[in-house]
Design a protein around this ligand. Structure first.
Ligand SMILES: [Zn+2]
Length: 303
């Protein structure tokens, strides 16, 4: 038996399950911004980029994990919330991760990990994109290096605080990971050597985000919803943006290359549309851009 029909079937299965669940609940799903079902149907289990290596299931969708796992060959229970399956065609391992329900957060905490209160717990959300997340990915010392796609792992997106508290809890949207992978594809298509994108900041828990509000963080920052990342191409791992146009300087011309590539990804995949913020270098840090998949176009910052 060849693997391709199985993969196709798996892709269709995800699309069908997702579409059915969206219809039944009347809301947009976890990872997908207010996208049409049509856009979702174009998705495959490995995402639009073909590079996703983890899919996230809200607790009420956990019954979808088993049928999908059965479509793959190898099935391995990693822990209570993760099933690892292997695609027989490519040999790639995919993690099917069931989220811990949002209701497990009590007094701002899940276990010992402090998340705080989401904006919709305090006031009416301004749109569906600002509703509370459906749940959290539990990140432990054992699973933190689980790949979510070819270039990213769970730990890349964690809030940078509570260093010694485990497990940590993470909100992360598949659409964001997919968009970042598509950005790498697009940069490479444009001849830019983009081997590695560094995520300076991915998920920011509400309590962590709150602490930065006075220094310019948005109260309703998309970072709290797991669909935003502050990024730079950093192949040489010096924590600075690389000289993408090879003119001997790292400056806004290099940022512009990144922004134009994100714009191109949004034109090709309108369902992944979102914000782009431009952050020039300051004395304290190098330049970077913000990208998100909020479902509507937003732009800020100047070169
Ligand atoms: Zn940001």
């Amino acid at each position: 038996m060849t693997g391709s029909p199985r993969l196709l079937f798996a892709s269709l299965a995800v699309a069908t399950f997702v579409a059915a669940a969206a219809e039944a609940s009347g809301q947009t799903l976890g990872a997908t911004p207010p996208a049409s079902v049509e856009a979702t149907a174009a998705d495959t289990i490995f995402g639009r980029s073909g590079r996703l290596l983890a899919r996230f299931f809200a607790p009420r969708r956990s019954m979808e994990v088993e049928p999908i796992a059965r479509l793959f060959g190898g099935r391995e229970e990693k822990n209570a919330s993760t099933v690892a399956v292997t695609d027989s065609t490519s040999g790639r391992q995919m993690s099917l991760i069931t989220l811990r329900p949002f209701t497990e957060k009590v007094n701002g905490r899940v276990g010992d990990y402090h998340l705080g209160r989401f904006p919709a717990e305090k006031r009416r959300p301004r749109s569906a994109a600002y509703e509370n997340p459906e749940g959290f990915i539990e990140v432990t010392l054992d699973n933190k290096d689980t790949p979510v796609s070819e270039h990213f792992r769970l730990a890349d997106f964690l809030t940078h605080d509570q260093q010694n508290v485990w497990p940590k809890y993470l909100v992360l949207r598949e659409a964001l990971v997919d968009k970042l992978e598509l950005l790498i594809v697009e940069l490479q298509r444009r001849g830019v050597d983009a081997q590695r994108i560094r995520i300076m900041s991915g998920f920011r828990s509400p309590q962590y985000n709150q602490r930065g509000v006075r220094s310019g963080r948005a109260l309703d920052s998309r970072h709290q919803y797991g669909d935003a990342a502050d990024i730079m191409v950093d192949n040489n791992r010096d924590n600075r943006l690389d000289d993408l146009n090879r003119d001997g300087k790292v400056n806004s011309k290099d940022l512009r290359i990144m922004v134009e590539a994100v714009e191109s990804v949004e034109r090709q995949y309108p369902e992944l549309i979102g914000g782009i913020g431009i952050y020039r270098a300051t004395r304290a840090r190098g330049p970077f851009i913000h990208v998100d998949t909020r479902g509507q176009r937003a732009r800020w910052g100047r070169y």
